[in-house]
Design a binder for this molecule. Structure first.
Ligand code: AHG
Ligand code: MN
Ligand code: MN
Length: 352
């Protein structure tokens, strides 16, 4: 295959040529180092949040590994036969991913309470509670309907600071607006496994390098284009929408310049919009007047990212980040993405 005269070193050189070389420093710009950089300090708080983000990254690696082997390992795909607090059929991956987040945070001293889409009540990691002030809210697998067909899914997370002592373990202090999030982000399990996060100083993305087992910085200070040609919604719900929502969809149907992209997983649909612009729409429907998406661990984290990236997220009337939930699994209509596109949607929703 190789000319006889070529030595091993030639082949090595050729191989290295085929892989774009990263600088050593870029290889060392891991998630934990980047988080410390967000604080410009090595304070206890910075160290804690850096360690916490690292545990979330570990959860992402464990879930990514499970997903990539799903077709070959027994009992990964398919339904459990149970329904969750949402009334939805639970996938085996939902349960696995939920338990991954619990496991990576045990004995970490970092997080006292977990609030998950898959658990009716907050879960207390007792050994952590005496010293931890953080709560992790998460959707362990977002886009479950994609799991069995190897299409992209994600995990969504939000970090809040515990307020008060929560003596009766009701976690009422979680029922605050989205501005009280300390950090938010998601992991997208796609062709690559990507982690996107913000701590209030811009939106940054990391790509998992399996050869290192590390999330390496791939994009800093991501901004959502003010306009975008993508609209992302489930048009199968047209019969259940208000006339105002239908008017918006009629508008994009009748005007050049729009294209429909809907992947069935909020994280994937949002990631496209974060990078290329556009708008994601999940309005209220006849069957779900409050919409389908959950405020505390789907809409609010993504609204936090949108705002940090110069975009907008509303429920059609008010900023998602201003909404104070009345209960843990509250749903809300969600319109999310490019500033001008979301405002265009709002102009239809508020007309008639
Ligand atoms: P989850 O799998 O966590 O329940 O989330 C699914 C959500 C969201 O990811 C997606 O945008 C939406 O449900 C899809 O809903 P429809 O199938 O009704 O379009
Ligand atoms: Mn979800
Ligand atoms: Mn989910």
């Amino acid at each position: 295959m190789w000319p006889n005269s070529w030595s091993l070193s030639n082949m090595v050189n050729l191989q290295t040529l085929s892989v774009p070389q990263r600088s050593l420093d870029q290889d060392c710009t891991t998630l934990s180092r980047h988080v410390l950089g967000q604080f410009n300090s090595f304070s206890a708080e910075a160290q804690d949040l850096s360690a916490l983000m690292n545990r979330i990254a570990l959860a992402g690696k464990l879930i990514s590994r499970r997903l990539s082997g799903a077709g070959l390992i027994e009992d990964v795909l398919g339904f459990t036969g149970e329904k969750n607090v949402q009334g939805e059929n639970v996938k085996k991956m939902d349960i696995f991913a939920n338990e991954v987040f619990i496991s990576v945070l045990r004995q970490s001293g970092l997080v006292c309470r977990l609030a998950s889409e898959e658990m009716e009540k907050p879960y207390y990691i007792k050994e952590n509670c005496p010293i931890s002030r953080y709560t992790l809210l998460y959707d362990p697998i977002d886009g479950s309907s994609n799991v069995d067909i190897n299409l992209n899914v994600g995990s969504i997370f939000s970090i809040r600071q515990q307020q008060g002592i929560d003596i009766d373990e009701q976690a009422r202090d979680l029922l605050q607006d989205g501005h009280s999030q300390i950090a938010a982000g998601y992991i997208l399990y796609g062709a690559a496994t990507i982690l996107v996060y913000s701590m209030g100083k811009g939106v940054h993305s990391f790509t998992l390098d399996p050869s290192l087992g590390e999330f390496i910085l791939s994009q800093e200070n991501i901004t959502i284009p003010r306009k975008g040609n993508v609209y992302s919604t489930n048009e199968g719900n047209f019969w259940q929408w208000s006339e105002q929502m239908r008017d918006y969809v009629r508008y994009v149907h009748l005007n050049d310049g729009y294209t429909a992209r809907y992947g069935g997983a909020l994280v994937g649909d949002f990631h496209r919009i974060l990078l290329q612009g556009g708008v994601f729409l999940y309005p209220g429907t006849i069957q779900k007047p409050e919409g389908k998406l959950r405020l505390l661990y789907e809409s609010a984290p993504l609204a936090f990212l949108s705002q940090q990236a110069g975009g907008l997220a509303t429920n059609g009337e008010k900023n998602i980040l201003d909404i104070v939930p009345q209960h843990l699994h509250e749903r809300s209509p969600l319109f999310l993405g490019s500033l001008e596109e979301v405002k265009l949607v709002e102009s239809f929703l508020q007309s008639r």
